[in-house]
Design a protein around this ligand. Structure first.
Ligand code: CP3
Length: 361
């Protein structure tokens, strides 16, 4: 039987999934959080046609179109479903809207204990049907070029938005609930854990090839509160989600929770998203090869000159070091006023500088 070289089984179509499984790759795969977004003129055009951000999310055709835009323009190694983490609370009846320049806002935030007890788990094939429909359409249109990532918000992060009503500075409302009525918050988090589980399982059945949990506000909690109100449900999900016959990999991104990397690496996740305040090499040592790592260039590096950006890419690659298990990404989402050409500089730099040393010419 002929021996298979690394190049036979590698390339844009599968280096991302191989890296998540900590298998050897021809070069480091890269995708970028918010890669489909306002920094792309073609995104702004489609969004204008849709009329609103939620119309864009609710139309499988338009969601598919914007999901593919960055993958067609750049040599990215993965596509991410175009949607939002707040579709679940919207389907629970909170009425999601987006105020220009201010971000998400709920018409009916959770302001009473009674409102919390009345919440029900939405059926992802009914109220959220547009999401698995979009996943199916995107898989068809991608034609195997790159894998598709599905995602959801973590129960804690969704609860933050639902109780605060929108973006928050101090998280006073949710923390008051946490300390004054912990049983009510646990009830809310329990309902959300079931909802997230059903939602991600529907995405996997529809064809998502990896899934990611965004715990964007995990880092605002003191250590004991983090373990009780954020980490516990991340672990439940990591261990409880039916990931299908292919056992699609799960990435957990608990932003700002760098003090908990050891625990997160034992949660059942296959990979951890890492923000830019954490050294990747140190994260790798602390997680002891149990998980792949995804990250972690400072998103502001996208404003530096192409030469400086390349240098910063090189530093991130070197901080991870040799060996498999690294998926390159920014440490948080790409910002709307970045020059799209910088994305090409980033992707090319990762692919050129991210080759394993033994294959460098
Ligand atoms: O390309 C991708 O990464 C996929 C699409 C995606 C969006 N939101 C599209 C979006 C993903 C994965 C998300 C996740 C999301 N949404 C998170 C977790 C990641 C993070 O940023 O920590 C959070 C907290 C949200 C909630 C949310 N949605 C906020 C706070 C905002 C406003 C921020 C902003 O940039 O205006 C959104 C809106 C949103 N979600 C936009 C996009 C492209 C901008 C909407 C627009 O077109 O005006």
């Amino acid at each position: 039987m002929p021996t298979m070289t690394i190049d036979d089984d590698c390339g844009r179509h599968n280096r991302f999934l191989r890296a998540l499984r900590r298998q050897r790759v021809d070069t480091t795969p890269v995708w970028v959080m918010r890669q489909a977004g306002r920094y792309l003129p073609e995104y702004r055009a489609t969004r204008q046609r849709a009329g609103s951000f939620m119309n864009l999310c609710r139309s499988p055709e338009l969601a598919c179109e914007v999901t593919l835009q960055p993958v067609e323009r750049f040599e990215l190694d993965a596509a991410i479903l175009f949607s939002d983490i707040l579709t679940i609370p919207d389907a629970m009846g909170l009425g999601l809207g987006f105020v220009e320049g201010e971000g998400p806002r709920f018409a009916r935030p959770l302001r009473t204990l009674d409102a919390i007890t009345r919440l029900a788990v939405p059926d992802p094939e009914m109220e959220l049907r547009y999401v698995p429909d979009a996943v199916r359409l995107i898989r068809r249109e991608l034609r195997g070029r790159v894998p598709l990532i599905g995602f959801a918000g973590s129960p804690w992060t969704l609860a933050c938005y639902m109780v605060e009503g929108g973006p928050s500075e101090g998280f006073a409302r949710i923390k008051k609930l946490m300390w004054d009525h912990p049983e009510a918050l646990h009830h809310l988090l329990g309902v959300l854990t079931q909802a997230v589980r059903a939602y991600l399982e529907a995405q996997v059945r529809a064809g998502a090839q990896a899934i990611m949990l965004f715990d964007s506000w995990g880092g605002v909690l003191a250590p004991g509160d983090y373990r009780e109100f954020s980490l516990a449900n991340l672990c439940r999900l990591a261990q409880g989600i039916d990931r299908g016959p292919e056992q699609v990999p799960l990435i957990v991104f608990s932003r700002g929770a760098n003090g908990h990397l050891e625990a997160l690496s034992q949660s059942g996740a296959d990979a951890l998203g890492i923000d830019w305040t954490q050294d990747l090499g140190e994260a790798r040592a602390r997680t002891d090869g149990r998980v792949a790592l995804q990250g972690n260039l400072d998103p502001a590096a996208m404003y530096a000159s192409p030469a400086s950006l390349r240098q910063q890419v090189d530093l991130v690659l070197r901080s991870y070091g040799d060996g498999p298990g690294h998926v390159f990404n920014l440490g948080h989402g790409i910002t709307p006023d970045v020059d799209p050409e910088q994305m090409r500089v980033l992707v090319d730099a990762v692919h050129q500088l991210g080759r394993p040393r033994d294959t460098l010419a």
